[in-house]
Design a protein around this ligand. Sequence first.
Ligand SMILES: Nc1nc2c(c(=O)[nH]1)N[C@H]1C(S)=C(S)[C@@H](COP(=O)(O)OP(=O)(O)OC[C@H]3O[C@@H](n4cnc5c(=O)[nH]c(N)nc54)[C@H](O)[C@@H]3O)O[C@H]1N2
Ligand SMILES: Nc1nc2c(c(=O)[nH]1)N[C@H]1C(S)=C(S)[C@@H](COP(=O)(O)OP(=O)(O)OC[C@H]3O[C@@H](n4cnc5c(=O)[nH]c(N)nc54)[C@H](O)[C@@H]3O)O[C@H]1N2
Ligand SMILES: [Mo]
Length: 769
Amino acid sequence: MGKPEFIGKKSKAAGGWGALKSCGKKLLASGAPLSGAAAMLKANQPDGFDCPGCAWGDPAHGSSFEFCENGVKAVAWEATDKRVGPKFFAKHTVSELRSWTDYELEKQGRLTHPMRYDAETDRYVEVSWDDAFADIGRILNSLDSPDRAEFYTSGRASNEAAYIYQLFVRLYGTNNFPDCSNMCHEASGVALEQAIGIGKGTVTLEDFEKADAIFVIGQNPGTNHPRMLGDLRRAAMRGARVAVFNPVREKGLERFADPQDKLEMLTGGSTAIASEYFQVRLGGDMAAVRGMAKAVFAADDAALAAGQPSVLDHGFLRQHTAGFEAYRAAVEATSWDHIEHQSGLERAQLEHLAQIYIESERTICTWAMGLTQHRHSVATLREISNFMFLRGNVGRPGAGLCPVRGHSNVQGDRTVGINEKPPVAFLDALEAEFGVPMPRHNGHNVLAAIGAMLDGTAQAFIGLGGNFARATPDSSLIAKAMRQQKLTVNIATKLNHSHLLPGEVSYVLPCLGRTEIDRNARGIAQIVTVEDSMCMVHGSGGINKPASKELRSEVGIIAGIAAATVGSEVVEWAKLAQDHNLIRDLIARTIPGFHNYNERVRRPRGFRLYNAVDHRVWNTHTQRATFSDCALPEATEHQQALSEDGLFVLQTFRSHDQYNTTVYGLDDRYRGIYGERRVVFVNPKDLAEIGVEAGDRVNIVGRHDDGVARVAEDFRVVPYDLPRGSVAGYYPELNVVVPFSAAGDQSDTPLSKSVLVSFKPVERQLSAA
Ligand SMILES: Nc1nc2c(c(=O)[nH]1)N[C@H]1C(S)=C(S)[C@@H](COP(=O)(O)OP(=O)(O)OC[C@H]3O[C@@H](n4cnc5c(=O)[nH]c(N)nc54)[C@H](O)[C@@H]3O)O[C@H]1N2
Ligand SMILES: Nc1nc2c(c(=O)[nH]1)N[C@H]1C(S)=C(S)[C@@H](COP(=O)(O)OP(=O)(O)OC[C@H]3O[C@@H](n4cnc5c(=O)[nH]c(N)nc54)[C@H](O)[C@@H]3O)O[C@H]1N2
Ligand SMILES: [Mo]
């Protein structure tokens, strides 16, 4: 029997003992070993809370708890016994706190009291909930139009919180709903809506048990969706082919030791996940998929010429799709040269992958931010849909399209109305239910909100969770935008930089986290509900004692602001806050798919929202699964970088020790980084060419062509196996070089994975001899 394998610099697999060890450390460091550990056992259980870690689905068998290192971190992070209360704020001015790192700020612990910014002393001071609500209501009502306020949502908000938030904001009179989704899976929503008539994925977890081939494109599940690795591992073990496109060789996708598997844990064994791993160029996936499609068409021609059955699913194409011939022509018109240069992959490699696709009866394609944060993300995701249509891989068991969502309820928030472009039918339903007119004009997404905050159109910012100022591009611009506001309000569990950019009047309102018990005035514990990446809606009830007696639920806080702003004539906010069942009844009456919501959500594992694609019903403009015949982009940012000396394309991704802007620790174990975050990964040959050595410190200079100077200062250079011309580093530190003025076509998502940059060595201060 081999020695247990500890993940360290030399480890070959993700997961395993290293993951377990890290969990232990995290729980201890969080200051809440007991409640944290007990809480973990309730994560994603029928009678527990929904893990705030990610939006991966939960297995139907609820017997064993699903172990996940990052779930543990997320839970421990919330269950900490450290507190940020009035005493803390008395000790530190806001200007001082602004000089702290994200890591230092969040490490201080949970917010405990509602606080109001006092400009004279530059400190947050305690305020009563009622005074805070009244003041916020007064300022919102003093604006000369409701469109002058921005209402941000981060995807951890429950369905109940999100629903009454949108209801309040629409009664107030605007559709300004900038949403973390605008920086995340927006392109998936837009592309899938056009292609299949619903902006969501089509697969369930059970489909992963049936697929013969799974394409995993542009995501790093070992870090960001560890529970997905369990499903990929089981698929790999029963012989399914897992093909990966990723410019970076991510350890979790290569080998994985499942902490749930006793034998692997004892023997130090691990399972190979990816059978094929191709290091595509940044933004080169559309070309790669088109190359595969070209090979599929060629194989089809060859099969027909040889009198063999077609490799295309003609029945599906005829009965269910529109635009096939135009697509075929577009593929034929695309040259292999173009495909090879844009993808960085060779024709033979893509033909090999096409063969895997052809041999597979049931294929799933999954993706995340590696596909959605580029300029032509929507076109890329349309291409993936095109490719899947060729063999009818949508709307049948074991096959389908699977955008792997980020925040644990980001999908649910959109379902219940967090949408700056609300569907007409939804507004009609709200009007019918509440008997008052709803705003009909589109509102602001994230980039539009920032624009409005900068040019003075917007004067108030309310954040339901999240860290707007750090998650968005061009950090210094955002700081300015926040400080210009008449009112900034942040509903949060922990202190972050968005709270330290106060407008004229500013509040930080502390809320219960998902792991905490939410009791109403009669002492009855309430549940909330969430929707995962597989459209499963289920309940979530906290089990930990709240971090402070002063905390209110998100629903309670929104209800308080709403009552003070729009009054309680149309909606009895206080009643809804006391009984979430009533909110669910409203959702059931105004949003399709939620009938018997209160009953169905209490079933173990909840229920799957109706998805027309399951029945091969296509709510697109053609009433069919719709091909796109888009040409490949002429050149991607990566190709641009390759054409000019010293120019690089930067992708900003997540380390293993962070949750978005929340930094749990300074290690990125799987990539061999310890104790630091200001690093930039560069191909060794590129380093040699620009005369920079491993370990040198550089400034990363933004090269986006809009006349704005952008510099990320003092990063250590780490040689890494990346395609030449591309470099990588961590978000949010690198958001200072992500341009606000560039965005994805149709998705309007910041280009966080294709930022043009160059390097400038940091001048060493020579000590006086
Ligand atoms: N522990 C933890 N879990 C999380 C999060 C977290 O921060 N921490 N965040 C949550 C959220 S909100 C989200 S959206 C998800 C994010 O989940 P991911 O999308 O996995 O997150 P990123 O770290 O941004 O990783 C992007 C991956 O795509 C690859 N990539 C980048 N550009 C390209 C490209 O052009 N083509 C291809 N093929 N690959 C590319 C990168 O090399 C990297 O492996 O995770 C969620 N879960
Ligand atoms: N450069 C670059 N930028 C990016 C990305 C990237 O890959 N690169 N990714 C983008 C993506 S995918 C996303 S989703 C966004 C994320 O953007 P956000 O969702 O805005 O950011 P988070 O870091 O998830 O928010 C963390 C904060 O949420 C608060 N919080 C945590 N739990 C709760 C809760 O239960 N209730 C409330 N009310 N507050 C809570 C805490 O105060 C914490 O500080 O960032 C985007 N920005
Ligand atoms: Mo996300």
